[in-house]
Design a protein. Sequence first.
Length: 122
Amino acid sequence: MKNYLIFYYRLDFYSLFSESFFFYLFAGKNQVSILESRNLAQKPEFSAEAVQSGQYMRSWDVFFNDQFPRRDAFTELNMRVNQMALGQDVYKDVYVAPDGYLLTKVEQYTKADADKNCGACE
């Protein structure tokens, strides 16, 4: 009986691993994270220099993190748990309003910033 349980545990682990592998193999369609207001990493391009420097594997790590299935749902769940359990209203510069809306921080500009931007247009 014990051998059957070990077999099924291993089968579950390998099937989960292989499903994740095939998902990542064909994933990479998400371009932008609305919740985080940033571009998501895309599948890295292979080059011998990138492999030698280690940048290729670091790029894959960032890609896997950014393209995780249902990533936005998990991020939103994390924000909701932090809001309810810990009383935190801000998550990575995103304010969680009492009605559930997510509001990004509005940048403050000064007259000097406006003059600098207008000077660049001329």
